[in-house]
Write a protein that binds this ligand. Structure first.
Ligand SMILES: CC(C)(COP(=O)(O)OP(=O)(O)OC[C@H]1O[C@@H](n2cnc3c(N)ncnc32)[C@H](O)[C@@H]1OP(=O)(O)O)[C@@H](O)C(=O)NCCC(=O)NCCS
Length: 186
């Protein structure tokens, strides 16, 4: 897990365009066409905005690199401090590398970073009920389903219900990665 680099623009745009049908059912709605929102110029604007928010401490954006190339992103977003010390988790993976445990490993590492050095207490993942791979990912890492948010996020062209999954630091005293490895018998 590394920061998004300026030089990732072309590869990010290529991956996002190639993965449109895989990603769009789970992604925020927007007026512009998918290709326009996923151009190298769009990447540069997104990266600038996300770097600014990262400096303020409200987001932790990570690039997922697999076998030396960009393969997805994991983002700890909407970081709130004070008594809540909470954030929301988002992630996507190139379809070509799905089904190998890469995303689970990446999300586990990011959760451990968020609960450790960053000092957060609660991580929430909001997932459409029909997104089986994403639900299995968070369940694998110990997240618990806490509720159903009706008409919660504007995704793929309409307001969509989401399941609220959450993990709190005391659920995983030894860390998320260690807990998953123990449960998976690695
Ligand atoms: C959600 C998403 C990241 C999950 O990807 P994934 O490939 O299922 O997750 P992983 O990389 O952790 O792989 C886990 C799968 O690999 C399998 N696997 C194979 N070898 C493995 C290994 N050595 N270790 C762990 N898992 C392994 C697991 O059994 C699991 O499959 P299963 O869920 O059918 O049981 C991916 O589906 C995606 O990007 N979807 C589109 C965007 C999206 O939905 N984002 C989230 C919105 S809430």
């Amino acid at each position: 897990m590394v920061p998004l680099r300026r030089g990732d623009a072309q590869e990010w745009a290529r991956l996002r365009v190639a993965n449109e049908s895989w990603l769009s059912p789970w992604e925020p709605s927007a007026g512009a066409a998918w290709a326009d929102r996923h151009s190298p110029a769009a990447f540069r604007a997104l990266r600038r905005a996300s770097s600014r928010r990262a400096r303020l401490g409200t987001t932790l954006p990570f690039a997922l690199r697999y076998q030396g190339r960009l393969a997805g992103q994991v983002t700890v977003d909407n970081v709130v401090r004070g008594a809540l010390r909470s954030a929301q988790l988002g992630y996507w993976l190139d379809r070509e590398v799905a089904g190998r445990g890469v995303a689970s490993l990446a999300v586990a590492l990011v959760c451990d970073h968020a609960f450790g050095p960053v000092g957060l207490h609660r991580l929430q993942a909001d997932i459409r009920p029909g997104n089986g791979p994403s639900r299995r990912l968070v369940e694998r890492l110990g997240f618990r389903q806490e509720g159903l948010f009706r008409s919660y996020l504007d995704i793929d062209g309409a307001w969509r219900d989401h399941l609220g999954y959450a993990l709190v630091a005391e659920d995983v005293p030894g860390g998320v990665l260690a807990r998953w490895q123990q449960h998976a018998g690695h």
